[in-house]
Design a protein around this ligand. Structure first.
Ligand code: GLC
Length: 574
């Protein structure tokens, strides 16, 4: 073993998750087993062999807890029960056992920045003077205003999915904070009882056998002082931006890690962190600090917007995307760890967004995007359907949208006079509904997702694009993903090698090397729908290079076909 590797090992104990590939399941849209049109836990269990065949190591389940479903389960009314829509605790235990039998781990979504407004904690907190009043943020009306009248909210902050972050409760004449929606009141993490209740619940899940947590908007749990001190709130808009990365974030995360025994039990922890900078991520994921294994950054998925609003569409030149991922690679090279993703239940489909989903280029662009992402250093995340190139939903009318965020945006933008056409264009490009159409399993009615009527329309392209088809084709996107996953398992340089971006300004090519000791891998990928010349003089010496994974047969040509990519092992210097 080379000294570089030994050094690496000493500096950073090798967490098992460093060689793992995680697969995200959005249960509502994954597989229905009982014909009610909504995916469920037994449905997931019935597809475990497929996931084992793909080769993933970990499943992350989006929330299946009891919930009024204001935000499809990201509003939890009971953390230790399963919503009947998805099944029972016994179903969850059976899924866990069946996954473990196949060597697959299971990570739960942990949504503890907020609860549902129907959670017993909140019901109690609503009582003026109750022992749990301080478990949430209650504030009087703005000074001089009549409580409950328009404009009397404690400040002007919008919620992410509602016009105001403050909801009036007539019983006490006060307002509570819900930075996502009125159905998602924010927990007050300043209160030690809240924290202990959350840790106890987490221990309950760990004792049940789960292998870790994906932590929803976890960098919003420590609120800024203007909220925690209870004084008047500075006027200003966009509470979501103001509440990120608060003063006690590291303290809370370290306490959680200790109290639940997250690192002590080798559990996977990934924190979703809108607004986290590289600096925050490096701190939080530095193993010496025992906070989290890794975080989900939003920087690269916010590049195709012209302002703070995701609906304000902008073109995304390739150099900006490459540069951003490279900055995160560099920033977390010495301490910390990256998560790697394009897709999840909140993002449009990668092949439609960063690739070319036309019939001509869909397969190659899905493969090439995957090659690029999976050859970065970090833990890759695959979102259901990404592994065979599912595309955005062809939604053209507001009636087809179901997501609380899309509907709120539509109503606010309409009221502000934004033309319907423009709103629909933004929704079609960025709406979360794109990721939530049912998984396309096969070419039978409703794509094999359900025998009933699906809760959300199946993408009509399911007859051409489905898992069954992809599994039978050795050149499919699915087969390509299998190879990428195998590489991560088998190759030390893929897991640990140093990253270096090449050709940063090239408008079509995404090229980089990964180096560990003498071993150098080169990725060169044409991320465009036009051919691209290989700038041979600006690349490392390709003499004797060995093709490890490519999208096209002629891997020696000096022109790359549209969306062609090559992964090469370079010969060691003689
Ligand atoms: C996260 C989830 C998203 C949810 C929000 C509020 O961003 O991924 O789906 O709406 O948090 O819980």
């Amino acid at each position: 073993m080379s000294s570089a590797v030994e050094f690496d090992r000493v500096a950073r104990p090798d967490g098992w998750w460093r060689s793992a590939v995680v697969y995200q399941i959005y249960p509502r849209s994954f597989q229905d087993s009982d014909g009610d049109g909504i995916g469920d836990i037994p449905g997931i269990t019935s597809r475990l062999d497929y996931l084992a065949e793909l080769g993933v190591d970990v499943l992350w389940l989006s929330p299946v807890y009891a919930s009024p479903q204001v935000d499809n389960g990201y509003d939890i009314s009971d953390y230790t029960d399963i919503d009947p829509l998805f099944g029972t605790l016994a179903d969850l235990d059976a899924l866990l056992a069946a996954a473990h039998e196949r060597g697959i781990k299971l990570v739960m979504d942990l949504v503890v920045n907020h609860t549902s407004d129907l959670h017993a904690w909140f019901t109690e907190s609503r009582e003026p003077g109750s022992a749990k009043r301080d478990w949430y943020f209650w504030r009087p009306a703005r000074p001089g205003c009549e409580p409950g009248t328009p404009g009397a909210e404690p400040d002007d902050s919008h919620a992410a999915f509602a016009p105001s972050a403050w909801t009036y409760d007539p019983r006490s004449g006060e307002y509570y904070l819900g930075i996502f929606s009125p159905g998602q009141p924010d927990l007050n993490w300043e209160n030690p009882e809240v924290r202990q209740a959350v840790y106890a619940m987490m221990r309950w899940w760990v004792d049940r056998g789960v292998d870790g947590f994906r932590m929803d908007v976890i960098n919003l749990i420590s609120k800024p002082e203007e909220l925690t001190l209870g004084g008047p709130i500075e006027p200003g808009q966009g509470s979501l931006r103001r509440v990120a990365n608060g003063p006690r974030l590291d303290e809370f995360l370290a306490e959680m890690n200790r109290e639940v025994g997250l690192d002590a039990q080798n559990l996977l922890t990934v924190g979703e962190m809108p607004g986290a900078t590289i600096e925050v991520a490096r701190r939080v994921t530095d193993p010496a600090r025992h906070e989290l294994n890794m975080v989900f950054t939003f920087e690269h998925v916010n590049l195709d917007q012209a302002s703070w609003s995701k609906w304000d569409l902008a073109e995304l030149p390739l150099p900006r995307l490459k540069e951003n991922l490279a900055q995160w690679q560099d920033g977390l090279a010495e301490a910390g760890w990256n998560s790697l993703y394009y897709d999840n239940h909140d993002q449009p489909r990668a092949v439609s967004r960063f690739g070319d989903d036309s019939p001509e280029h869909r397969v190659d662009s899905a493969k090439t995007l995957a090659t690029v992402l999976h050859l970065h250093k970090g833990t890759p995340y695959i979102y259901q359907g990404e592994e065979f190139g599912m595309t955005n939903a062809p939604l053209t009318q507001i009636e087809q949208y179901l997501d609380v965020e899309s509907l709120n945006y539509h109503s606010l933008a309409s009221a502000a006079g934004v033309p319907e056409e423009q709103i629909l264009r933004s929704l079609a490009r960025k709406g979360r509904d794109n990721a939530r159409t049912p998984v396309q399993w096969d070419a039978t009615p409703y794509a094999g997702f359900t025998t009933g009527i699906p809760w959300m329309a199946v993408n009509p392209n399911y007859r051409q694009i489905n898992a069954d088809e992809a599994r039978r084709d050795p050149d499919s996107v699915f087969a390509h993903f299998q190879q990428l996953i195998r590489l991560r398992h088998s190759s030390e340089v893929v897991r640990e090698g140093r990253f270096q971006l090449l050709l940063p300004d090239h408008e079509q090519l995404w090229a980089f090397t990964r180096t560990l000791g003498d071993e150098v891998l080169l990725v060169v990928a044409n991320c465009s729908s036009a051919p691209a010349e290989l700038p041979v003089g600006s690349l490392p010496d390709l003499d004797g290079a060995e093709l490890i994974l490519g999208t096209h047969p002629d891997a020696a040509a000096t022109t790359l076909a549209p969306w062609e990519s090559r992964l090469l092992r370079l010969s060691p210097p003689r």
